[in-house]
Design a protein around this ligand. Sequence first.
Ligand SMILES: NC(=O)C1=CN([C@@H]2O[C@H](COP(=O)(O)OP(=O)(O)OC[C@H]3O[C@@H](n4cnc5c(N)ncnc54)[C@H](OP(=O)(O)O)[C@@H]3O)[C@@H](O)[C@H]2O)C=CC1
Ligand SMILES: N[C@@H](CC=O)C(=O)O
Length: 821
Amino acid sequence: MHKFGGSSVADAARIEAAARLAAPAHDQCSVVVVSAMRGVTDALVELVEAARSGAPWHDGAQRLRTRHADAARASGAACRDKLLAALDAQAQALGADLEALAQARGAVATRLAERIWGHGELCSAWLMHAALGGEAGGWAWLDAREVLVVQAGEIGVHIDREASLQRLAAWRARHPQRNVVATGFIARTADGHATTLGRNGSDHSAALLADLFDASTVTIWTDVDGVLSADPRLVPDAVRLDALTYAEACELAYFGAKVLHPRTIAPLQVRGIPLMIRSSLDPAAPGTRIDSRGEPARSPVKGLSIVDDMAVLELVGSGMVGVPGVAEVLFAALHGAGVSVTMISQGSSEHSICCVVRGSEAARGRAAIETAFAGAIAAGQVEGVRMQTGLCVLAAVGDGMRGNRGVAARLFEGLAQARVNIRAIAQGASERNLSVAIAQDDAERALRAAHATFWLSPQTVSVGLIGPGNVGRALLAQLDDVMPGLRARAGVDLRLRAIAGSRRIHLAGTALAPASAATLLGDDADPCDLDAFAAHVRASDLPHAMIIDCSASDAVAARYADWLAAGIHIVTPNKHAGSGEWSRYARIAEARVTGHSRFLYEATVGAGLPVIATLRNLIDTGDTLHSIDGMLSGTLAWLFNSFDGSRPFSALVREARALGYTEPDPRDDLSGLDVARKLVILAREAGRTLSLADVEVENLVPEALRDLSLDAFLGSLEALDAPMQARLDAAHAQGRGLRHVARLDAAGRATVGVSALPSDHACMHTRLTDNLVQFTTARYADNPLVVQGPGAGPQVTAAGVFGDVLAIAHALGARAGWRHA
Ligand SMILES: NC(=O)C1=CN([C@@H]2O[C@H](COP(=O)(O)OP(=O)(O)OC[C@H]3O[C@@H](n4cnc5c(N)ncnc54)[C@H](OP(=O)(O)O)[C@@H]3O)[C@@H](O)[C@H]2O)C=CC1
Ligand SMILES: N[C@@H](CC=O)C(=O)O
């Protein structure tokens, strides 16, 4: 059994291609079921409306006649004259029916309309019949109204199987050809009138006829590759599903997998007839197989779907608790109003019953419930009916969900991570479908997040970078190298979608190539607007958002709390947030919790060294910090490691700046402020409430240079030479060397400055930009734990930032079980 939909029979070429697919091997026979050509049923519905309302319909009918005749003439069918005659007879019958409809009323008009709606299938069946070779080629033509007997039931039409089998046997006796072309969509009533199986009912027709003809398989040919794990327009990474069980297919079909009409499954499931969904555009592709076996998948969830434009109706009232029959009255009211219920949820308190209905039916449903409970509402037993519109229902479907712990937890966690609030939840005891009602505006982001959560695709992170300076550019180059492999290795898809400097921003719809992103901040770029930047990064359609701040700006750090609260993860080497005003620091901590977001800043101390992670581990494992001391500035380490009197101090400062070691303004290093900031960050990490004002800092910048512009300061650097040379000489005279050291002692005293140290001091055994951080703790009391290594420079700092980016990315991927895949 092959079934071709409207797009597969849209014109003569498509019909001929379909005929090639349906031609049976010589030991087999085929039944081919066709829909009307694309757009024809809609046109017929319009003609019926026109005829009924007295509007002109002749031109429309003529257009249909021409379309079918054109397809016949364009075909290479050998029996073309016969085909044209059959189509002509069909067109005349349509004209006569429309003529009669224009005059008819009541039941007669209804019957005529049912007959007219089926005209498209009759014509496309004639076209397909001719393309396959007609009667001479061994094909019979079947108007399904001759055999398929259906009755209207409580929940839609159902087949009278016995009557249909009898009629088929009689028809077969008159049509002995091996193969059959049959019309989809149309059938007859028990009293012999034309009827239809409802819009898009051709799949259902194919299933019913497959049962009657005792088919071995049914193939529905469509223009997609099969059943996909999600709508590919919303989830570009959606994957084709190789196999589904009948039950899974039913759930996905009900919840919007548009390739399959939900009623198709039942007749096939009863008879165990496998169903294939295949693409007529790519007939070599395997498609999706639906049968009783399905196929175990690596994820418990096979597919996800969204039903748009829904509303929640909630009946609330303490008078309902423990009262039998409330639900019956509620659903009877909705039935009476013709409102279909998609999802039902009731808490065990019985204080409210909530159901999800189509948005277009919600107001009608609410009015019906209010009428049904008018007495109880007046008596105060029921508060009333609450209605929330603008929702959609997301469903996760899969046989593997049954008995599998944590599926709901994963879905909910994934949605929370993507900033999606769940309004209502439903899962039946079959555990095959877990449905949630969420805001319509969150639909795309939620679907992508859930899809990635069940490893059906990588976690997608929308990334914005602020500050493509020394560190920012080094990071972009590192991202460029690693990003492509990250998808496969960690299940994370980092998409750089925005970049900002102090004056300009560039916001991109699709992902930017990191290597060239900084070049987009030329004079023609938009002026810097950090609100627009953050809004763009927090794209509505991507589940996760991250801002990487590589500036040294306090104004940027002032935005962190808002961004974190909005669910944007932040990674930064900028020390302003960690060492700034205490109230802002506390707000940031709070915002992380409310926003379910992460704030990582390992590179603020020791650049790429694991300084903060080490301290955090000590504290988290129950150790107590006594003191921290050592060298926390890469610039000052390099300066004092290099300063032996052979070159002036000012020349060394200029070189350190050129090497990218210094802060954007080197006075931040020389004044001790940068080191003080690091000490504050570490102290706070250890739970102390230290602030910058508490740190005793030695400032190496002469008074006269402190308030100059950056350029003027850089032009006056020589003012540093004499005082620094004097200090060096004094240290050498004592057999000592100069090092810039910081200390936080057990009493909480914090000091930063230059010391003259003996040659056996640990700080005298450092090289280049080495930082040396000694943690003395309860466990490391006699011999401190030491972290040492390069503490400045664009490459190592960028690597530290990248490490934090990956920590977040891996957590997202790992949450989706990617590591275990
Ligand atoms: N260099 C190092 O070894 C280390 C640096 N760090 C930290 O890394 C950060 C970057 O340092 P580095 O790359 O050397 O500095 P740079 O001066 O080279 O780069 C700073 C970048 O920040 C941008 N910027 C400045 N203010 C703003 C603003 N208000 N809004 C948006 N962008 C802004 C600048 O843009 P524009 O060019 O348009 O002005 C520039 O792109 C600093 O916080 C520093 O403390 C941490 C550890 C080590
Ligand atoms: N300028 C800083 C850079 C790292 O924080 C330093 O030299 O340590």
